[in-house]
Design a protein around this ligand. Sequence first.
Ligand code: HPA
Length: 299
Amino acid sequence: MSASPDHTPGALVVDPSRPITPAEQPARLAALEAAVRARSDLVPELGIVLGSGLGGLADELDEAVAIGFGELPGWPAATAPGHAGRLLLGRLAGRPVVMLQGRFHLYEGNDPGLVVQPILLCRRLGASAVILTNAAGGLAPAFGPGTLMLITDHINLSGRNPLIGHNADGIGPRFPDMTDAWSPRLREQLRAAAAAEGVSLAEGVYVALSGPNYETPAEVRMLAALGGHAVGMSTALECIAARWAGLEVGGVSLVTNAGAGYSGEPLPHEEVLAAGAEAGPRLARVIRRFVADYDPPAG
Ligand code: HPA
C-alpha cells in the first residue's frame, strides 16, 4: 500500500462500521478491482462464498492466487471463527472462479455496504453468477445436523439492507425485483449435481438474522411458523446485492444443528464448527460437481 499523506496515527485503520451507500460502491469497487488485478488477471465465470467450516474447498483450487481480506483496500481481516478471510482466484474443475473463503458479517460490526462488497467485486471481476454457502440452524424437526438444504428463497430479518441510500444506477436499479431471487436455473443445476454425487439435498427457505446470539426457542418456533426452514446470520444481504447487480444466485445451507429448543441442550459454537467439518466435504463435492457441469446463462 502506498504511504498515506495523512500522518495521523491510525489513519490507515479500516473502520468496517462506517456506512457505505450504494452510490459509493463504484469507486470502492474500482480500487478493489485494481488491487486484485495487480495480483491476477484470471476472469472468473462464477463466484463462490464458503461459509463456516466449508473453507476446505479453497484447497482444491488450481493455479490459485490468494489474497487476505486485510490486504484489500477498505477490507478488514475476517474475524469470525472458522473463517480464513481470503479471496482466491483460480480454477475449480477447470473453470475460472473467484472464491471467498469467509465473509463479512453484520455481527462483527460491519456495515451492510461492506458485507456485500465481496459479491459486488465478484461481478466486477467478471462473474455472472454466485453460489452462496453457509452454516445454519434447522427450523424443521426433520432438518437435523448434517442436512444440506438447497436455498429456494430467503426472509431477510436482519433489520439491515445494503441498498439503502443514494442508488448507483450504473450497478443496478433502485427497486430490484426479488421474484426468483434464488435462480430456478441454478437450483436445477445444484439438484443435478447433488444427484450425480449421490448426496441428498433438502430444500427450503433461509431466514437471516443479525446474530451474534443464537435464537431463543420461542424465536425458533416463530421463524418456523413464518415459513423458514433454516436460520443463520449471513447470506440474505449478499443475495439482495447480487440480484441488484444482475448476478444469478444459487446457494446451499449446511445445517449444523437443530434450532434452539429442539434438543433441550445449549448450542456451543464449537459444535456448529464440528458438524460443518463433518458435512462440509459432502457439500464440497456438490459444489465441485456443479462447477464442473455448470451451464452459463445464454447470451
Ligand atoms: N442459528 C443461527 N445461525 C446458525 C445456527 C443457528 O442455530 N447454526 C449455525 N449458524
